[in-house]
Design a binder for this molecule. Structure first.
Ligand code: NCD
Ligand code: ZN
Length: 350
């Protein structure tokens, strides 16, 4: 008899759904596995206002279809000019749950991001006051800082001073990749948490160069050395309340990944829950997956825990080598063409 496993329906606390035809192609992967997802605002142009976030939410719900119980939780894209009034409007709109900080130039569609946090103080103070969390892409962008040191430097130079200055600001360090981030989050003051992706649990930086250059495992923050992967994986497997699931699934057209200047982003949504199940199972930590995937996130955000259940069975299935993008090009999922060892067998009513 193959093993089975059931958890409270999980949520994805960091997700890129894109827009238009690509949105329609990718959203079902998440909606079939997760009840809610924090949707990133890095569209072109970015989602900088409550009204843009609500319009994007409608497009997501349309694309997901009337039958899915999927709930997109929207975010605003912080700029140098975000007015405090926009933050107050966001804080009183339940469909908007957080504000995302992209340092300008740090990653995909971050050109309108923040050039200097000092310029954002009115918005950040309004967030601290209203309890709207700040979600952080935690990398400095100075070209002279080694790419593998950018997360640590961001923590030392930006996050630690910010968390001291605004003591009630809730901060999520997104997609953590280093032991330094794990240590900082674990030992930080109240109101600090982190999301963890499947790739940063499963892979170290050797994967980028295994037998040649591997654009489909290139994401930002970039994969790190094994000692960092171990620390990040251990934090996820611990089930500790400050660490929760965020896939950072980030689809890009195959041609944009397999390119002389390939885009950063890993499309993990097609096995977005199963990848974590495999990793937790291999670590003997399946009993802590529910905390990581279904309990810690809602507790941090002050939202109810889901009522449904997702059932899985240890059963092999194969991910397609390529998947439709809706736009003519193809998408290559994480672990394309490979076998996944756990399959979802049922989802109980939410
Ligand atoms: C993300 C994307 O493609 O939007 N890419 C990535 O490598 N994670 C942006 C981001 O979250 O950094
Ligand atoms: Zn992301």
């Amino acid at each position: 008899m193959s093993r089975t496993f059931t958890i409270i329906t999980p949520d994805d606390w960091h997700l890129h759904l894109r827009d238009g035809a690509m949105l329609a192609s990718v959203v079902g992967n998440t909606a079939r596995r997760f009840r809610r997802a924090i949707v990133m605002p890095n569209l072109t142009p970015p989602v900088t206002t409550v009204s843009a976030a609500l319009a994007y939410r409608e497009r997501i719900l349309d694309a997901a279809g009337v039958d899915t119980p999927f709930v997109p939780l929207m975010t605003l894209y912080l700029t140098d000019n975000t007015p405090a009034a926009e933050i107050h409007a966001a804080a009183s709109e339940p469909a908007v749950q957080a504000v995302k900080l992209y340092p300008a130039g740090a990653t995909t569609n971050s050109d309108s991001g923040v050039t200097d946090l000092a310029r954002c103080m009115p918005a950040l103070e309004a967030m601290a006051e209203t309890g709207l969390p700040l979600l952080v892409h935690g990398e400095v962008t100075a070209p002279d800082v080694d790419i593998f040191d950018r997360e640590r430097r961001f923590i030392d130079d930006i996050l630690e001073p910010l968390s001291q200055r605004l003591e009630s600001l809730k901060i999520v360090v997104e997609h953590i990749t280093t032991r330094d981030a794990v240590d900082w989050v674990r030992s930080g003051r109240d109101g600090i948490a982190a999301t963890i992706t499947p790739q940063h649990i499963l892979l170290n930086r050797n994967a980028l160069f295994q037998g040649g250059l591997r654009p489909h495992v290139y994401c930002l923050p970039v994969l790190k050395a094994e000692q960092h992967r171990e620390a990040v994986a251990e934090a996820a497997f611990s089930g500790e309340g400050r660490f929760f699931l965020g896939t950072d699934s980030a689809p890009h057209l195959r041609g944009d990944k397999e390119s002389a200047c390939g885009c950063a982003g890993i499309y993990s949504a097609p096995a977005g829950l199963e990848l974590y199940v495999e990793a937790f199972d291999d670590a003997g930590a399946l009993d802590r997956l529910e905390a990581f995937a279904s309990l810690n996130g809602p507790r941090f955000y002050g939202l109810p825990v889901n009522e449904g259940r997702v059932h899985l069975r240890e059963e092999h299935w194969q991910l397609p080598a390529v998947m439709p993008s809706g736009t003519g090009g193809e998408l290559v999922p994480f672990r394309a063409g490979e076998t996944i060892r756990w399959a979802i067998t049922g989802v109980d009513p939410q």
